[in-house]
Design a protein around this ligand. Structure first.
Ligand SMILES: Nc1ncnc2c1ncn2[C@@H]1O[C@H](COP(=O)(O)OP(=O)(O)OP(=O)(O)O)[C@@H](O)[C@H]1O
Length: 270
């Protein structure tokens, strides 16, 4: 049986290596404020995210990670440049079309998107599908819920769950509809190492087994080591884009960036 994420929409244009592009940013600039108080959050960021890949975005505090993710996910608009989800250019969409795109094609694991307090965990998990008038795939829903250890928590409301359980429900909500792309902003931020491992391994499984595309922002080298690709930002620019890094490689490179050095790639740090 072959499952593919986001099967309800056309995939994006292939990149130079022939893979479908799930999301892309081109010459993305985001500037806050004017004059002396101008902050250059993104300085011409151009990047493609191939479908079926797990990417982690890292970088020092203030380097532009959240800004990039918010622009990619259609939650913020850039000052200039283009963002695409698949072949759809976000700047061309009306508010209504944008809402529909976020609902139908994108999954979010963001701290800011808390669960609805009056709904149970199960209702929160299926909410995006319910709104879209789609039915969850029972088998996949059971896999997600089981892997995230939520079976006996489905009837509880968020106030009756621990912080880690709330975050795992948010992760399940993003995964059940198999959106074209899942964005996570510190998806393991407030989790203990066991819960964090469960969330990351199910994201990994969804990429490996379902061809899901996942992009996360994280400060944690261990979390980033689950990704196929790690993109490092510094001062609003991409300073390194690497594959196959261990958490030790990532830790060393982050140390190097925290010291204010932007040159070189992780292999050369030591
Ligand atoms: N609404 C805003 N108004 C003004 N400046 C902002 C705003 N949002 C972000 N910034 C600035 O833009 C830059 C990039 O911020 P961003 O949140 O993207 O960084 P980050 O890498 O995600 O940081 P952190 O790791 O601390 O979350 C920072 O200098 C930040 O202060």
């Amino acid at each position: 049986m072959s499952h593919t994420a986001g099967g309800h929409e056309p995939a994006g244009t292939p990149d130079s290596s022939g893979r479908q592009v799930a999301a892309s940013a081109e010459h993305l600039i985001k500037t806050y404020g004017k004059g002396e108080t101008t902050v250059h959050a993104l300085r011409e960021v151009t990047i493609d995210f191939a479908a079926g890949e797990f990417t982690a975005i890292m970088g020092p505090s203030g380097s532009g990670k959240s800004t990039l993710m918010h622009c990619l996910a259609g939650l913020d608009t850039a000052t200039s440049g283009t963002v695409r989800i698949g072949d759809t250019e976000l700047t061309r969409l009306s508010d209504k079309q944008m809402t529909r795109l976020r609902r139908d094609r994108v999954g979010f694991v963001f701290q800011a998107f808390n669960l609805v307090p009056t709904l149970t965990a199960r209702e929160n998990i299926t909410l995006p599908l319910d709104i879209a008038g789609r039915k969850p795939d029972k088998e996949w829903m059971a896999t997600v819920v089981g892997r995230l250890g939520l079976e006996d928590r489905l009837g509880h409301r968020p106030s009756e769950l621990s912080g880690g359980q709330v975050q795992r429900v948010a992760c399940a909500r993003a995964l059940v509809g198999r959106p074209e792309i899942i964005f996570g902003d510190e998806p393991t931020g407030n989790l203990d190492s066991r819960s964090s491992g469960e969330v990351l391994s199910i994201l990994r499984t969804s990429v490996d087994d379902l061809g899901q595309t996942v992009v996360i922002v994280t400060h944690d080298p261990r979390a980033a080591s689950y990704a196929d690709r790690v993109v490092f930002l510094a001062d609003g620019q991409i300073v390194s884009d690497q594959r196959g890094l261990s958490s030790d490689d990532i830790f060393e490179y982050m140390k190097h960036l925290d010291n204010g050095s932007h040159a070189g790639d992780p292999d050369q740090v030591g």
